[in-house]
Design a protein around this ligand. Structure first.
Ligand SMILES: Nc1nc2c(c(=O)[nH]1)N[C@H]1C(S)=C(S)[C@@H](COP(=O)(O)OP(=O)(O)OC[C@H]3O[C@@H](n4cnc5c(=O)[nH]c(N)nc54)[C@H](O)[C@@H]3O)O[C@H]1N2
Ligand SMILES: Nc1nc2c(c(=O)[nH]1)N[C@H]1C(S)=C(S)[C@@H](COP(=O)(O)OP(=O)(O)OC[C@H]3O[C@@H](n4cnc5c(=O)[nH]c(N)nc54)[C@H](O)[C@@H]3O)O[C@H]1N2
Ligand code: SF4
Ligand SMILES: [Mo]
Length: 676
C-alpha cells in the first residue's frame, strides 16, 4: 500500500491535508494528515468515505449522447473524440450565427482546486461568451457585505482563537461546515472560555455550546445594533479605537442606534431583553472576543445588512486590534495568487453577465441573442438553484444544446445533450488554498482518473485548442500553470517559489498583527460611501421588508435551510452510507405547528406555496421555533417522496451581491394524501 499526501478538494473552508492509501490504482482509504496544524489529522464524516465516492459504481465511464426526449435521461455511449467533435461543431455554428454571447459557460467551484476550477472559466472568458456571475447561490451576499465593511481581505486567523476569552458562532453550524475550527473551540471550552451560538435552530453546534440564543430568522442586524446600543449606553465602546480605525460611528450612534433599545430589539429578534443585555455585557467586557460569521444569516432579502452589522461589532470594542479577537467570515481574499492567469487568459474585458442563481431566467427569457449553448461543470443547478421550475423549463428547451461535465449522471446531467465524465479531486493534481484558514497546499493526484474520465484542466485545454484559442495557458503543463499562478502574485504568496510549493506540504500564509481594512477609506466603515453611491443604505439598519411581510401574511411558515451533516452538497448523495446516515429527505416542524395541523412525526407531508409542492417525511422537534419549517440540505428528487426544496424558493436577490434568498420563502405544510 502506498500513502500519498493529498488535499481535500471539496467545497469546505477547512481544506484538510489528507493521506490517501492507495493499492493497485485504487484509493483504499482516506484519512486526515497529522502534519497539518489546523486540520490536525482528522477528516470529516463525509470525506472518511471518499474512497467510496471516487470508486462509486455510479461513476460515468464514457461520454454520452442523448437518445431520448430532453430530461428523460436516455443516453448512448460515444467516444471522447466524437463528443468533442460534436461540441466544437455545434459551438462554432452557434457562434457564427448568433455570436459568442449565445454560449454560456456555467462552471462553479465544487470540489476542485484552483487550476481545475479556474481553467474552465478561462476557456469561456477567452471565447468571449456570456459570463457567469458565479457563487450567487452561495457566498456573494456575505462577501459583498464584508467587503463594504472590512474590505477585500481575510478576517481573523482561526488559529489565533486560542487567545480568545469568548467565542461566538453567529449563523454558522460549525460542527457541520467548519469542524476543525469547532475542534479548537472545544479545546478552549475545556479551559473555561464561553462559547455562544446565535442561530434560529438548535443546531448540532448549538447543542454543544454554553449558551444558545435562538434568534428569529433575518433579524441579526437588529441584534447587533441592539448590542451596540447597550455598549454605548454602558460606556463599553473603545472610543480611541473608533476614532483611529473606523469611519461613521458618530452618525450610526446618533441616527440608528437610538432606535435599537433593548425592548424594541427584543420584539424584533424574539429574544428576551435580559438575554440581549447579557450578550452585550459579555461581549463588551471580553478582552478578545472572536466571532465566526456564518453565511446562514445572509441567505435572505436583507442578508447583507445582517452580516455587515455583525462584522462591525468588533470595531465598537476594538476587538479587531487584539489577538484572538475580531471576526472571521473567510480568509481567501488574503491569498493573492495571479488567478487571472488561469481564469482570464484573454477575451473582452466585459460581456453579458448571467447570475448563477437566475439560470432559469437566462435560459427562458434572455434575448439578443438567446442562450443557445450551455456548458455546466462542477455544479448541479437543477437541484441547488432557487425557482427550480424555471431552471428545469429552461433546461428542457429543445433548441438548447447542453453539455454537462460531471463525474456522475447528476440531476442536471439528465437534461444534457452530451454528458462528459469528469475526474474527481483525488484523480487530479492541483493547487488548493483554504477559505476558512490561512493555508495553501499543492496536492498531487492519488490515482489516475477512472477509465473514461478526464479532468477539468485536461478537457478545457483540449476544447480550447479545438475552438482555435491559442493562449499559452491552454497548452501548458500543470507545472507551468502552477508557475503562472505565482507569477504576478502579490502579498505573501509572491514570496513563494512554485517549485518548492509542490513538495512543501501545507504552507501557512497568515497575516500578523491587528485586522487590516481594505475599504476605500482604509478603515472599518460604519458609514460606507461606496454603498451610498450604489443607492444602498450607507449604514446598517433593520426594517421589515414589504415583500416578506406580504408573503408572511399569505403563508404561515418560513423556510429555514442549511447544509446537511452527511449531505452538505448533492455530490455526497453518491455514497450510500452517507445517504442512509442522513436519512430520508425530511422537513422539521415545531410540535405546536405539527399539532395545529394534525400532523405526526414520521408521516408524509406536502410542503407548498405558489411555486409548487414537494413531499417529504415529517419530523417533529423543538429544535426549531414555531412558525418555521426546517429543510436540511438540498437533496436530489430521487431521495424525497417527491420534488426537492428549491422548487419552492424564489429567485429574488439579496440586498448586496445579488445572492440567493432561499430563506425569504414562505410556505405551508399539510398531510399528504396519496393519489388513489
Ligand atoms: N465539510 C463541509 N464543509 C462545508 C461544506 C461542505 O459541503 N462540507 N459546504 C461549504 C459551503 S459551500 C458553504 S456555503 C458553507 C455553508 O456555511 P454556512 O452557510 O455558514 O452554513 P452552516 O454552517 O450550516 O450555518 C448556517 C446556520 O445558520 C443558521 N441560520 C439560518 N438563518 C439564520 C439567521 O437568519 N440568523 C442566524 N443567526 N442564523 C441563521 C442555520 O440555522 C444554520 O445552522 O459551508 C461550507 N463548509
Ligand atoms: N435549499 C438550499 N439550496 C442550496 C443551499 C442551501 O443551503 N439550501 N446551499 C447553496 C450553496 S451554499 C451551494 S455552494 C450550492 C452547492 O451546489 P453545487 O455547487 O451545485 O454543489 P454540489 O451539489 O456538490 O454539485 C456539484 C456537482 O459537481 C460534481 N463534481 C464534483 N467534483 C467535480 C469535478 O472535479 N469536476 C466536475 N466537472 N464536476 C465535479 C458533482 O458530482 C456534483 O454534481 O447549493 C446551494 N443551494
Ligand atoms: S472537513 Fe472539509 S476539508 Fe476536511 S475533509 Fe471534510 S470536507 Fe474536506
Ligand atoms: Mo456554498
Amino acid at each position: 500500500m502506498e500513502t500519498i499526501r493529498v488535499v481535500c478538494g471539496h467545497d469546505c473552508p477547512d481544506m484538510c491535508s489528507l493521506l490517501a492509501h492507495v493499492e493497485d490504482g485504487r484509493v483504499m482509504r482516506v484519512e486526515g494528515d497529522p502534519d497539518q496544524p489546523f486540520t490536525a489529522g482528522f477528516a470529516c464524516a463525509r470525506v472518511n468515505r471518499d474512497a467510496e465516492l471516487v470508486h462509486s459504481p455510479d461513476r460515468l465511464t464514457s461520454p454520452l449522447r442523448r437518445i431520448g426526449p430532453k430530461g428523460e435521461g436516455l443516453f448512448a455511449p460515444i467516444t471522447w473524440n466524437e463528443a468533442l467533435d460534436e461540441i466544437t461543431a455545434r459551438w462554432k455554428a452557434i457562434i457564427a450565427e448568433s455570436g459568442p454571447l449565445a454560449l454560456l459557460g456555467y462552471a462553479y467551484s465544487a470540489h476542485s482546486g484552483q487550476m481545475n476550477r479556474g481553467l474552465v472559466n478561462g476557456l469561456f472568458h477567452a471565447l468571449g461568451s456570456s459570463r457567469l456571475q458565479a457563487g450567487t447561490v452561495c457566498d456573494t451576499c456575505c462577501e459583498a457585505a464584508w467587503d463594504a465593511t472590512v474590505g477585500a481581505i481575510g478576517g481573523a486567523d482561526p488559529e489565533t482563537v486560542e487567545h480568545s476569552d469568548l467565542v461566538i458562532s453567529w449563523g454558522a453550524d460549525l460542527v457541520t461546515t467548519n469542524v476543525h475550527f469547532f475542534a479548537r473551540v472545544e479545546q478552549l471550552r475545556r479551559k473555561g472560555v464561553p462559547f455562544v451560538v446565535i442561530d434560529p435552530r438548535r443546531s448540532r453546534t448549538a447543542v454543544r455550546s454554553d449558551w444558545h440564543l435562538p434568534i428569529r430568522i433575518g433579524t441579526d442586524a437588529a441584534l447587533a445594533l441592539g448590542v451596540m446600543h447597550i455598549l454605548v449606553r454602558d460606556g463599553l465602546c473603545n472610543r480611541a479605537y473608533i476614532a483611529e480605525h473606523t469611519v461613521g460611528f458618530d452618525r450610526l450612534e446618533h441616527e440608528v442606534l437610538p432606535r435599537f433599545d433593548p425592548p424594541r430589539t427584543a420584539v424584533i429578534t424574539g429574544l428576551a431583553e435580559a438575554d440581549i443585555e447579557r450578550l452585550a455585557a459579555v461581549y463588551g467586557n471580553a478582552r478578545a472576543p472572536f466571532i465566526r460569521l456564518g453565511e446562514g444569516m445572509t441567505r435572505l432579502l436583507h442578508g447583507g445588512q445582517a452580516l455587515r452589522a455583525v462584522a462591525l461589532l468588533p470595531g465598537v470594542t476594538g476587538a479587531y486590534a487584539r489577538k484572538g479577537g475580531g471576526a472571521l467570515l473567510m480568509t481567501a481574499a488574503s491569498c493573492e495568487l495571479n488567478y487571472n492567469a488561469v481564469r482570464k487568459p484573454s477575451g473582452p474585458a466585459t460581456t453579458r453577465m448571467v447570475n448563477h442563481l437566475r439560470i432559469g431566467e437566462a435560459l427562458t427569457e434572455m434575448r439578443d441573442p438567446p442562450i443557445r449553448a450551455l456548458f455546466v461543470s462542477a455544479n448541479n443547478p437543477a437541484v441547488t438553484c432557487p425557482d427550480l421550475a424555471k431552471v428545469r423549463r429552461g433546461l428542457m428547451r429543445e433548441d438548447l444544446f447542453t453539455v454537462v461535465h460531471d463525474p456522475f449522471l447528476s440531476v442536471t446531467a439528465r437534461y444534457a445533450d452530451i454528458v462528459l465524465p469528469a475526474a474527481m479531486y483525488l484523480e487530479t493534481e492541483d493547487l488548493y488554498r483554504a477559505y476558512g484558514a490561512y493555508y495553501l497546499q499543492y496536492g498531487p493526484r492519488a490515482v489516475a482518473p477512472q477509465p473514461g474520465a478526464r479532468s477539468n484542466v485536461d478537457f478545457a485545454q483540449e476544447l480550447a485548442v479545438r475552438m482555435g484559442l491559442n493562449d499559452p495557458i491552454f497548452g501548458m503543463s500543470q507545472d507551468a500553470m502552477l508557475g503562472a499562478l505565482f507569477n504576478g502574485a502579490s502579498g505573501q504568496a509572491a514570496t513563494l517559489d512554485p517549485a518548492a510549493v509542490k513538495t512543501a506540504g501545507p504552507i501557512r500564509l497568515a497575516p500578523d498583527g491587528p485586522q487590516q481594512f481594505r475599504t476605500p477609506s482604509g478603515k472599518l466603515e460604519f458609514y460606507s460611501e461606496a454603498l451610498a453611491a450604489k443607492g444602498q443604505p450607507p449604514m446598517p439598519d433593520w426594517a421589515p421588508d414589504p415583500d416578506e411581510q406580504r408573503d408572511a401574511a399569505r403563508w404561515k411558515l418560513r423556510l429555514l435551510t442549511a447544509p446537511g451533516y452527511f449531505q452538505s452538497h448533492t455530490v455526497y448523495s453518491r455514497v450510500e452510507f452517507l445517504r442512509k446516515r442522513e436519512g430520508p429527505a425530511v422537513c422539521i416542524l415545531h410540535p405546536d405547528d405539527a399539532t395545529a395541523r394534525g400532523l405526526a412525526d414520521g408521516q408524509r407531508v406536502r410542503l407548498f406555496n405558489d411555486r409548487g409542492d414537494v413531499v417529504f417525511t415529517l419530523r417533529v422537534s423543538d429544535e426549531v421555533q414555531p412558525g418555521v419549517v426546517l429543510v436540511v440540505g438540498q437533496r436530489p428528487d430521487t431521495e424525497a417522496i417527491s420534488g426537492t426544496i428549491n422548487m419552492l424558493c424564489s429567485d429574488r436577490y439579496t440586498d448586496m451581491g445579488d445572492g440567493a434568498t432561499y430563506q425569504s420563502t414562505w410556505l405551508d405544510v399539510a398531510a399528504y394524501q396519496e393519489a388513489a
